[in-house]
Design a protein around this ligand. Sequence first.
Ligand SMILES: [Zn+2]
Length: 147
Amino acid sequence: MTMTIRALTVRQPFADAITHGTKRCENRSRPIPRAAVGTTILIHAAQQAHASGVTAADLDGRGWPDTRGAVLAAAVLDSCHQAAEGCCGAWGFPGYWHWTLRDVTPLPQAVPARGALGLWTPPAGVLTAVQDQLEGLAEPASTGTSR
Ligand SMILES: [Zn+2]
C-alpha cells in the first residue's frame, strides 16, 4: 500500500514523552498545514536534546529509552488550536499553536532516520521499515492460520 506519511521531529525528552508518556500536545509556532490534519504522522526523535535542558526525570520518565535520531512512533495528527488558558494541561505552552495527537503507536524497534524541520517526508527505506512494523502490530488475530 502506498501512503503519503510524514514525520515530525521532536527533541528529547519530549519525543519519549509522546511515545512512552502522556504528551499529546506539540507546541509549534505555526498551525498544522491543512492537508495534514487528521493524517497519520511519524514521531521522530532529534539527535539533539531540547534546548530547555528539561530531562526525562523532570517529566516522570526515568525509564524512557532516550533514543536519538530515529522514528519512535506513529500517531494521528488530530487538530490544532492557539494556546488558551490551561487547554492542554502541563504540556501546552502559552503563545504557541498546540498540535494535538491521538492514537500514538510506539514502534517495537526505533527506525534510524535524519530529522528535518516542519513536517517532512521520510525516505522510502524508513517508511518501509516503519510500515512493516505497523502492519505486524495491526495484524488481526482472527485471520491468522490456526494450527
Ligand atoms: Zn492547547
